[in-house]
Design a protein around this ligand. Sequence first.
Ligand code: M6R
Length: 612
Amino acid sequence: MCGIIGYIGTEDCANLILEGLRRLEYRGYDSAGIAIITDGRFEIRRAAGKLDRLAEALRGEPVSGTIGIGHTRWATHGPPTELNAHPHRAGDVVVVHNGIIENHRVLKAELLAEGHTFSSETDTEIVAHLVSRERGRGHGLVEAVRLALLQVHGAYAIAALDRTDPETLVAAKNASPLVVGLGDGANYLASDIPAILQHTRRVVFLDEGQMVVLRRSGATFQHIATGAPFEPKVQVINWTPAMAEKGGYRHFMLKEIHEQPRAVTDTLRERVRIERGTVELDGLNLTDEQLAGFSRAVIIACGTSWHAGLVGEYLIEQFSRLPVEVELASEFRYREPCVDEKVLVIAVSQSGETADTLAAIKETQSRGSHVLAVCNVVGSSIVRLSNSNLMTHAGPEVSVASTKAFTTQIAALYLLAVKLGLARGTLQPGRAAVLLQDLIEVPSAIETVLETPASEYVALARRFGNATSMLYLGRGTSFPIALEGALKTKELSYIHAEGYAAGEMKHGPIALIDESVPSVVVCPMGPHFDKTLSNVAETRARGGAVIAVTTPSGAERIGSDADAVLVVPEAPDHVMAFLTAIPMQLLAYHIADFKGTDVDQPRNLAKSVTVE
Ligand code: M6R
């Protein structure tokens, strides 16, 4: 949600900023803008809609300069118009902002009473006025930004420029992500790494309450509260720029689906010790004794990560007999949760910036729980806040619809389940070695699923893509996979899709079935096959079409009882979720492609949900 980019150096930076914004498009936005200082004046271009509109504005009236900021806005206060697009200006100051200023009404009333006038409906413009007011009181830009932020409550990442000081770019962070890129004679600022990766790999992730002053010669860091300087931790990012590009696929989503064998392999690399039947989890700051001492685990997450958590629940309970609850972070945070130091909290998040998950983590930490982050982004807020981490190595996930993050999260939770089982004595190394062997065979089984000709999915998309409603059903770990299939379908193709535990059908959803409602039934051969087959029959008996996702032996048993079958390889039940997840992703992708929706940036959605 909202993207920020900043540059100070010696290059003409309009295109560099525009390119950076394009790499932040995945975050979701509905207007964009740029401000550059040229000969002591601001050149500001803004546009409602996609970045092409901003590019058009820049072609119409080109700007040049070697210091500037850019922004993609995801509307919260005021509609996505050009007037509400950032940057916002007050006097000599411009500001871009990601997040929400919670006390904006009070501040605006105060500023209006002092004679300030506003040209937008945004909360951001207030920050520009606050900084400008501090400048008017005689403070330099850096101190003016700091003093302004002390008056602001809420979540923000901001960047500010002053046209009278073209040697300084100031930025600050409280809750919304901001990364500083350190270059040679040039320095950068961005909401996320891919935006600056082609310029530098040396980065500093700002923490809450920190600010940075970028100059051509370098960057200095200080705390917002006191102004006291500090030495930052510089990290070197090993993602290549190509890892963040489409790599020949039509959409990022399709590329990311096909990256899953590699992503899962990378997540397992150097963690599995088959010969000893053990796992080594770097970043886990808990001894085996501590792991054995927990009375239960609570998994907190949102969306797709929550579905991965549900698969994790089955695995952890099965391998370690540790009771697990899986909670939606957005609900959990407000529930005065019953957790303490005996509860292991596992926070699952691709981005590491999801506001609800962050708030839920803080809630559990205040009650003494140890929080383990299962996360894809090194240095993200959730990783920094958590007590331990288990990184997924999916690489940058650009498409809003999560795919490779999901399977790598399941891989990480599988490793954790084995680790817990060994620590708690419910798994012996011999059995753990078998489970780990099954796990390391997953990437090649996913490759087999990916070999299914696209034409099979295209045919299904043509046949069922005009449905207005779909059901997704499954039992065991196929239940969260059904939930995930329904989520992928609704977010990508805007078809109303519901995921259900197949056993729940008779308790209500079966009333929905008729000729117009196709059902995707996830029923691989395994412990739940026969029961789920009954659901297939019940659905067909009511005129509903069935797409069965099953294994070769399942397909043989189903025969003509389903209208279509998507086949995944036979595999043990505990790894089946990895395989059945893939047809869910591909089916949703092809239906969306058939319908012509914006696959990588579905309407109303943002990749990183940094506000409530
Ligand atoms: O970055 P996170 O994993 O914390 O994000 C959570 C959800 O917003 C995310 O999984 C969302 O549901 C996906 N876009 C779905 O594809």
